[in-house]
Design a protein around this ligand. Structure first.
Ligand SMILES: NC(=O)c1ccc[n+]([C@@H]2O[C@H](COP(=O)([O-])OP(=O)(O)OC[C@H]3O[C@@H](n4cnc5c(N)ncnc54)[C@H](O)[C@@H]3O)[C@@H](O)[C@H]2O)c1
Length: 390
């Protein structure tokens, strides 16, 4: 029986995936095998020694002490892409509200609610104030072609936009999923010079902080519309406000309001709604639960933030799972101990990521506790467990 402690309300669509006869799932389990969490702060609790894995139903892992977990061999999972469709839909809406002044128009229409019979005439007289361009035939520049960027680019193609993408680190999976209609930009500046709409879908880091700033706005078309649903810090706020006020840019839609941005009429502030759909919550919960079950039952690691991706089809009845520091001769030492105990290895995989490595070793014989203990004593080994094929 595996025991899962839930630290937040998790979508039932995810929880229902745990088979009742093999999993105990509750918020009050003292010595769980795994923790399922959304936003609860795990920095402030003692993570029990029994915990093998923590899965966050969401993308960021700031609420989890990842370094401490790595040192203890606790695998931390997140659910990248689980909210991609939710963000994509908001990006498409952002392009539309940055074109015609839909928000201003709706607010104005609400303001004439008490004008009774005058309303139809007023609407016809004032509507031109809110007009704006169509999307079809315009050029969209997508910066970052990951889970969200690829979806935005593909749907923008379907809406009749010409789409250019920029991502020097695009993954093979993303490249496979990207429409062939999307033109590749070799430089960010090349994309910025051509685009009528620019949408950012990249992580915030030391290198991307303030990526769009006064210097970049010089390359951009007058009236270009910038959409930032990724992270506020990617755009220099003072610079974009200046560019909008001096009419060097058309509009800025952001999911990250600040007092300064709210004070600027040409900024459309959305209250961080990117991932706020019930479907995104469901998707993240389902992904988190599937990843946890796979890890507990087979030792497979997928979408971990601290250990390498590692999967092996299990053909033999027994399996050894070992996390270790990424130093030489670890596999050699483990296999020597197994050979010394007359245990036949049928399959083995070892992957490393930064300072850590992970091994899946399939064997024909069950590995006795005494042998597991000897492996645990090897310097550099962090965690060892054995499982039997279900
Ligand atoms: N508004 C919200 O609620 C919300 C929700 C989810 C994600 N996000 C944000 O959206 C971002 C993108 O999410 P995702 O799921 O698509 O991430 P992802 O990891 O799948 O994709 C990010 C892509 O950006 C690329 N990239 C990194 N640095 C780059 C650079 N300097 N120039 C161009 N491309 C670069 C990477 O190669 C990768 O392909 C996240 O980092 C997150 O900050 C916001």
């Amino acid at each position: 029986m595996f025991r899962i402690r839930t630290m937040n309300k998790i979508s039932p669509l995810g929880l229902e995936l745990f088979p009742r006869d093999a999993y105990e799932v509750a918020s009050e389990i003292p010595h769980p095998d795994a923790i399922l969490v959304r936003s609860a702060d795990l920095h402030s609790i003692e993570i029990p020694d029994s915990v093998l894995a923590i899965a966050r139903a969401g993308a960021g892992v700031n609420n989890i002490p990842v370094t401490q977990c790595s040192d203890r061999g606790v695998v931390v999972f997140n659910t990248p892409g689980g909210n991609a469709n939710a963000v994509k839909e908001l990006a498409l809406a952002s392009m539309l509200i940055a074109s015609r002044d839909i928000v201003g128009g709706i607010n104005w229409a609400a303001s004439i609610a008490g004008r009774a019979d005058e309303v139809p005439d007023l609407v016809e007289k004032e509507k031109s104030k809110f007009e704006g361009p169509e999307l079809r035939g315009k050029t969209l520049g997508v910066v970052g072609l990951g889970a969200i960027g690829v979806m935005v680019a593909n749907d923008a193609v379907a809406l009749g936009l010409d789409v250019i993408g920029y991502d020097p680190y695009i993954s093979v999976d993303a490249a496979w999923n990207l429409s062939r209609e999307v033109e590749r930009a070799d430089t960010l500046e090349g994309l910025l010079a051509k685009a009528d709409y620019i949408t950012l879908h990249i992580p915030l880091s030391d290198t991307t902080k303030g990526l769009l700033n006064a210097e970049k706005f010089r390359f951009m078309k007058k009236d270009a519309r910038v959409i930032n649903l990724a992270r506020g810090g990617l755009v220099n706020e003072a610079d974009i406000i200046e560019a909008l006020v001096s009419e060097k840019l058309g509009a800025y839609v952001t999911d990250f309001p600040s007092a300064e941005l709210l004070a600027c009429k040409k900024v459309i502030c959305v209250p961080h709604l990117g991932a706020s759909t019930p479907e995104a919550e469901d998707n993240c919960a389902v992904m988190a639960v599937k990843q946890l079950m796979d890890f507990l039952e087979t030792g497979g690691v997928r979408n971990s933030v601290n250990f390498p991706r590692c999967k092996l089809d299990q053909r033999a009845p027994f399996r050894l799972l070992a996390a270790n520091r990424n130093v030489p001769n670890m596999v050699g030492q483990i296999t020597t101990i197994l050979a010394g105990a007359n245990i036949n290895i049928t399959d083995l995989i070892n992957h490393h990521r930064d300072e850590y490595a992970y091994n899946i070793i399939d064997t024909e014989q069950q590995i006795p506790d005494s042998v597991l203990d000897r492996i645990r004593q090897v310097e550099g080994i962090i965690r060892v467990r054995s499982i039997q094929k279900i």
